[in-house]
Write a protein that binds this ligand. Structure first.
Ligand code: SAM
Length: 663
């Protein structure tokens, strides 16, 4: 059961304080008001997530941060009289009522105004007056106000509101030429007829509809449609927004993704680890991003040392003398399959054409697994560049080796046998390696990145396997944080303008804050961390399917099987996409405001990993999510087929070069 007061405290700390809200009264008021009492029934567990939520009448309760920011901007204090335009759920008015003497709030929808009034009464907040009407005209009989907050975006700051400010009073309002795209302005009345203005940056609010706002049917998006938004079903809206995808080999496929070409990081997901279309779509997109938009990093959800073997191949570097063929551990089909082999082959050919080493495209693993491979790589590297250091490292790593082929056992042992000694040694090894960066980098820049990354991985992996013993969010968070940090190191190593494509499962790519992972289990993922770090310079793209076949196992370490994917659940996003009737498409969620608003709904989403258990599908493979916030775009293939694992039959002509996979 979620602890709501605890979640509220965390919201104040993580979403507000850490983002720069410092007004103590605002923070205290946000800590006091139970946001769960203002969300729609059934949404209580999501009340403290970092985003707006849908309420009745197609409106939203604003993101906690925006509520706090606007109140802080308005500089309200005890004794003040404040007007709010756009009561909505009543949450912002309730927060302000904890600080000021009296709050007047106007809502154009009578139903919302009435619900808000009842909420105030139940909570005993008796210094708030609610009225139904057009708030762009203000509340003349209660004016002047010390502050006016407008919670919807208008084409300008209504004159009536400016006139109802006291001298020294502040009007905070989102203003923009487009109904859904605004700048947050603060207008201060400096004298009887003088005003000053400050701009606090871009925001997105629902439109301010009224005499001094937008006309009721006047938004451009509303004009464009054949009928009012609510009369169209969601599948119809998806069909209208869907951009059909051509064949994977058609250059037009990649061109559809040109819109993401200026991003620093493009993250491409997948709804299973065994579906051919997901690999082929990512390959076609990545080829375009590399060829036309200067991306040089392909970072995948794979072990670093195994991916490094592929990287050597694609960058025409000699393979390691004693290296085992990569990707031999379960689940082998995830990277040893014909689609990956074809893409690797393309990368090698591409690099042959390019030749300039700084522009060669590299293939990197982000994952934390394969401790033994990592240790081997570090030792081999040190053997070559610093045999003395290698000798010491062997001793240090010695205390890890008894368990390194069974890392999960190590987790258990670590609990009882003073692992700290080991952890220290590993960290020391990592530090030493880093300290020698300059020396080694001069000798061999590329190998240094490889060896350093391996040392970092060992340091994290040791903790990972220890934490894994306990289970829970900690091990997931350690893994995804490691993946994110690896990505950061790669970007750093490839220079200030480096750009990366990431291939990982939707559960890693889609912003965890908008799925059960983050909301219920406190898990973070690489998509969320990328958004927090890179903002709009990161594009999070999910891929999914309705039915078909998939390569997956029934248990960890068991045989791969080709399984039938059950048709998607009736309450899922996948079903909406299936019902839209377009067989394969790109859905650019951010381009269509109406669709995005409708997709703010919470629905089920399917996650198939390397294990698929159709018998218990609903319980084991579906989780709740808010798709419109989880991803920036969504790629859909209605019917999909399983990947083809690489086998001995792929030796020889007529198939992609299987060399790096060691067949
Ligand atoms: N402050 C609200 C909260 O905390 O839940 C969020 C408000 S929501 C983002 C914006 C609200 O403004 C919607 O409920 C919408 O109906 C309302 N609105 C839009 N134009 C309005 C107008 N001219 N007068 C009053 N309310 C308006």
């Amino acid at each position: 059961m979620l602890d709501l007061p605890d979640a509220r405290d965390r919201m104040v700390e993580v979403q507000l304080s850490r983002r720069g809200i410092h007004d103590r009264e605002v923070l205290e008021a946000m800590r006091e008001v139970p946001r769960e009492a203002f969300v729609a029934p059934g949404f209580e567990e999501f009340a403290y997530e970092d985003g707006p939520l849908p309420i009745a009448e197609g409106q939203t309760i604003s993101q906690p941060y925006i509520v706090a920011l606007m109140i802080e901007m308005a500089e309200i204090g005890p004794g003040d009289h404040v007007l709010e335009v756009g009561t909505g759920s009543g949450y912002a008015a309730a927060v302000m009522s904890r600080i000021v003497e009296r709050v007047y709030t106007i809502e154009r929808h009578a139903g919302l105004a009435e619900t808000a009034r009842q909420r105030f009464e139940e909570l005993g907040y008796d210094n708030i007056e609610v009225r139904t009407g057009d708030g762009t005209k203000g509340w003349p009989d209660a004016a002047p106000f010390d502050a006016i907050l407008v919670a919807a975006g208008g084409p300008g700051a209504p004159l009536a509101l400016q006139e109802q400010l006291d001298v020294g009073g502040r009007l905070v309002i989102p203003v923009g030429d487009e109904p859904h795209d605004q700048r947050l302005l603060k207008v201060t009345r400096t004298g009887a007829a003088t005003y000053s203005e400050e701009d606090f940056g871009g925001v997105r609010f629902v439109p301010l509809i009224g005499e001094q706002g937008w006309p009721e049917s006047g938004s451009r998006t509303a004009d464009r449609r054949s009928g009012p938004a609510r009369t169209r079903s969601l599948p119809e809206m998806i069909a209208a927004a869907a951009e059909p995808l051509p064949d994977f080999d058609d250059p037009a496929f990649g061109e559809l993704f040109d819109r993401f070409g200026d991003r620093r990081v493009v993250l491409l997901g997948e709804a299973s680890h065994g579906t051919s279309e997901f690999y082929r779509a990512r390959a076609a997109t990545t080829r375009r991003l590399i060829e036309k938009h200067g991306f040089t990093i392909v970072a995948v959800e794979a072990d670093w040392p195994d991916a490094a073997a592929i990287d050597r191949h694609v960058r025409h570097r000699p393979s390691r003398a004693d290296a085992d063929p990569p990707f031999q551990r379960f689940p082998t089909w995830m990277w040893r399959n014909t689609d990956v082999a074809a893409f690797v082959d393309w990368m090698r050919q591409h690099n042959e054409r390019i030749r300039i080493s700084s522009r060669l495209a590299g293939f990197y693993g982000l994952d934390i697994y394969n401790m033994s491979g990592s240790i081997g790589a570090v030792l081999q590297y040190l053997d070559r560049v610093d045999p003395q250091a290698a000798k010491i490292a062997r001793e240090r790593y010695g205390c890890l080796t008894p368990w390194q082929h069974e890392p999960s056992t190590y987790g258990r042992v670590a609990l009882t046998s003073g692992y700290e000694k080991c952890e220290q040694a590993v960290l020391e090894q990592c530090r030493e390696l880093l300290a020698k960066q300059l020396d080694y980098a001069q000798q061999d820049g590329v190998d240094f990145l490889d060896a350093t990354q391996n040392a970092r991985l060992i340091a994290s992996a040791e903790r990972y396997y220890r934490i894994m013993y306990y289970g829970g969010a900690q091990s997931w968070n350690l893994r995804d944080t490691h993946m994110f940090e690896t990505l950061e190191h790669l970007l750093e190593a490839r220079g200030p303008n480096a750009k990366a494509v990431v291939w990982a499962h939707n559960s890693h790519i889609g912003d965890a804050r908008y799925t059960e992972m983050g909301i219920v289990r406190d898990e973070v993922n690489i998509g969320q961390l990328c958004r927090q770090r890179f903002g709009d310079e990161a594009a999070l793209i999910g891929l999914s399917t309705h039915s078909g076949t998939v390569a997956a196992a029934s248990d960890w370490d068991s045989e791969m099987e080709i399984k039938r994917v059950r048709p998607s659940h009736s309450d899922s996003f996948e079903r909406l996409c299936h019902d839209c009737g377009v067989s394969r498409f790109l859905l650019d969620i951010k381009r269509d405001d109406d669709l995005r608003e409708r997709l703010l709904e919470r629905r089920l989403e399917r996650f198939i990993g390397v294990i698929y258990r159709p018998e218990t599908e609903l319980r084991s493979h579906y989780a709740a999510a808010f798709l419109a916030q989880q991803f920036d775009a969504f790629v859909w293939f209605d019917e999909t087929v399983a990947v083809t694992p690489l086998g001995p039959e792929h030796m020889g002509a007529g198939v992609p070069d299987t060399y790096p996979f060691g067949l």
